[in-house]
Design a protein around this ligand. Structure first.
Ligand code: FAD
Length: 586
């Protein structure tokens, strides 16, 4: 079951806590393991999917044709893939988040567009019904989604509102008799639109608040066959070409009141919750995609000889493989850990899924580019899968929250609690006698932080040095956050150079801690660090690299060239050109 909702208030997340200088070890240790039953289920699903895909799915052909052959969509439905994470009582398989994400990753290795088809349907298309639907809504819609009879799609983006989804213009006006809403608006870039039988649509409902007209974002389940629903042409895209992406228009569409999802005004939260968990699948797909394309490049590097030896024996190429392996090690650890938080329930995982999506998507694209480079000229040819991997992986940095917006989200969410604490402190100092408690607890925390970094007590001693690096980074991050808030106050919202540094640090801290947890688990399982050298090496390389980046990022909060960067960008925006005149300009 994957229907657990985040609960930041009662259970602050790992990443929010590191902004306060705390490491919530209980959220990340021990590293999760699959139960025997889960392992058997996973193997059964993967075996049947792999056998079917090997015989049926021709990714290069689908890329050329820009569509899925009918037997591919039919096969996905017959295999039960369309209901994998839909609860069993509604006709699905009821996969856990770990199992679903792992399978998502596998679909991604077979074909990027097929993964988008699979994900747009379950991760976001009908996920809102699973998470927020009434019993009646679940019974009515989910069995048809699970069987694949109705493919689902998620309609949030509009031409004027992409990252700023709240600025949407689509409206849903209640009818005079109160039986239905009249939906009007146009959603763009909708994955699965052409195949869809049901849409989750977000639109604004007019409400009166204290005598004033307000618009409240609300979610609806919309039958794709309802009168007034129409589709635009298939978008021609750089990659994931077989994925059917279109504009979906709603003109006076009657949506029965029973198909409203959640409360009036609850739509934006619903969209965020759906995307929070949707990002997990993308990160698992990124990790699997990274492995697959690099495995191909490895095989090539072993075979291909230049200068009388395999190109894989050259250290410049070896470094590419080694770094990607270490990054993939940490990414796998991070998404598995995060999926297990989803499965445990009641844990706020929103920043961790964002971290996995940002790191994973950028790794997958870099890995595809590096693999293409290893393949030399062949990498540029359409006869080989490298160029398609570059094109297909590119989208992951853009959809389900662009990486820029997700970085800002990680930073600003992380700053929220320290900001509140300082505000409270400011208020307390205005009336110190009555506020000794608040001042005392702040100073107590500060003294504790100054005494030194917190410790990671569950890490295997073989990784002591790496654990210390992570603890020091958490300590330094919280100190830097406090200084930043004191310097900029509310204005920090505008300081995106700094937000990016904080977000990158928090992302690297989460992935490093995940790598520590995974390597500790592997050492325990193998019976000692000398028997788990691959794990230890990967964890050491990743953590050392990530913590070096973090030190650099935190230093740059104080010593940087932000003013100059801003000046260059603003000059260029003003003049419309990046270029400064050269003597050869004509
Ligand atoms: C192939 C494909 C499939 C898609 N599928 C779906 C789908 O199924 N359903 C759906 O609803 N949508 C879908 N989308 C839409 C996708 O989610 C949006 O494209 C994405 O959210 C970005 O919105 P935008 O394109 O309007 O870009 P914009 O929001 O205009 O962003 C443009 C650039 O500005 C940056 N930017 C914007 N705001 C900020 C900020 N505050 N700080 C820093 N940088 C910022 C962005 O990071 C980006 O680099 C899909 C898009 C594509 C291309």
């Amino acid at each position: 079951m994957t229907s657990h909702l985040a609960d930041p208030e009662h259970n602050p997340s790992f990443t929010r806590s590191v902004f306060l200088g705390e490491i919530r070890e209980e959220l990340v240790f021990p590293f999760p393991e699959l139960s025997q039953e889960e392992r058997e289920s996973l193997n059964a699903v993967l075996d049947s999917f792999r056998t079917w895909a090997a015989a049926t799915v021709d990714s290069a052909h689908m890329d050329r044709e820009g569509r899925f052959p009918d037997e591919v969509r039919k096969g996905m439905a017959e295999l039960g893939m369309m209901g994998l994470n839909i609860p069993e009582e509604y006709g699905g398989f009821g996969a856990s988040a770990v199992l679903f994400s792992r399978v998502f990753g596998e679909v991604g290795t077979v074909d990027g567009a097929l993964a988008v088809y699979f994900g747009a349907h379950q991760s976001i298309g009908c996920k809102g019904i699973t998470l927020f639907g009434t019993e009646e809504q679940k019974r009515r819609w989910l069995p048809q989604c699970a069987s694949g009879e109705r493919v689902a799609a998620f309609c949030l983006t509009e031409s004027g509102s992409g990252s700023d989804a709240q600025a949407m213009r689509a409206t849903a006006v209640p009818s005079a008799d109160g039986t239905h809403y009249v939906l009007d608006g146009e959603k763009i870039w909708i994955s699965n639109a052409g195949y869809a039988g049901v849409f989750t649509v977000f639109a604004k409902v007019p409400v009166e608040v204290e005598g004033k007209q307000k618009q409240r974002v609300t979610a609806f389940i919309v039958d794709a066959n309802a009168p007034g629903v129409s589709l635009g042409k298939v978008e021609e895209k750089m990659g994931i070409k077989a994925s059917d992406t279109r504009t979906v228009s709603f003109k006076d569409v009657r949506v029965p009141v029973v198909d409203r999802l959640g409360e009036v005004g609850g739509g934006f939260k619903i969209a965020l919750e759906i995307l929070n968990s949707g990002r997990l699948g993308l990160s698992a797909a990124s990790a699997r995609g990274t492995r697959k394309i690099l495995d191909l490049a490895l095989a090539y590097a072993k075979e291909r000889k230049q200068f009388g030896r395999p190109i894989g024996s050259f250290e410049i190429l070896q470094k590419k493989f080694a770094l990607a392996a270490a990054e993939c090690y940490a990414l796998d650890a991070a998404w598995i850990l995060c999926a297990s938080m989803v499965d445990r329930g009641g844990i706020d995982f929103s920043l961790e899924t964002a971290a996995c999506k940002v790191y994973g998507s950028e790794l997958a694209l870099r890995a595809a580019l590096e693999a293409q480079q290893v393949a030399g000229g062949l990498g540029y040819s359409k006869e080989y899968p490298y160029e398609q991997a570059v094109r297909d992986s590119r989208i992951m940095l853009i959809f389900e929250g662009t990486n820029e917006v997700l970085r800002a989200l990680v930073a600003l969410s992380g700053l929220q609690q320290p900001g509140e604490n300082l505000k409270e402190l400011g208020r307390a100092f205005k009336d110190p006698l009555r506020s000794l408690g608040a001042i005392g607890s702040y100073l107590g925390g500060k003294v504790k932080r100054q005494l030194g970094p917190c410790t990671l007590t569950h890490v295997h001693p073989a990784l002591k040095e790496e654990a210390e690096l992570v603890c020091k980074a958490v300590h330094d991050l919280s100190g830097a956050v406090e200084k930043l808030l004191m310097t900029h106050g509310k204005d920090v919202i505008e300081r995106q150079f700094h937000q990016e540094r904080l977000a990158n640090s928090a992302i690297d801290i989460y992935l490093s801690t995940a790598a520590l947890s995974r390597a500790t688990w592997a050492i325990g399982k193998a019976g000692g660090p000398e028997k788990a050298t691959a794990d230890v090496d990967n964890a050491r390389i990743f953590i050392t690299m990530a913590m070096r980046r973090t030190r650099r990022a935190l230093r740059a909060l104080e010593r940087n060239q932000d003013g100059r960067l801003k000046a260059i960008a603003e000059r260029a925006l003003e003049s419309g050109s990046l270029t400064v005149e050269t003597p050869t300009d004509a």
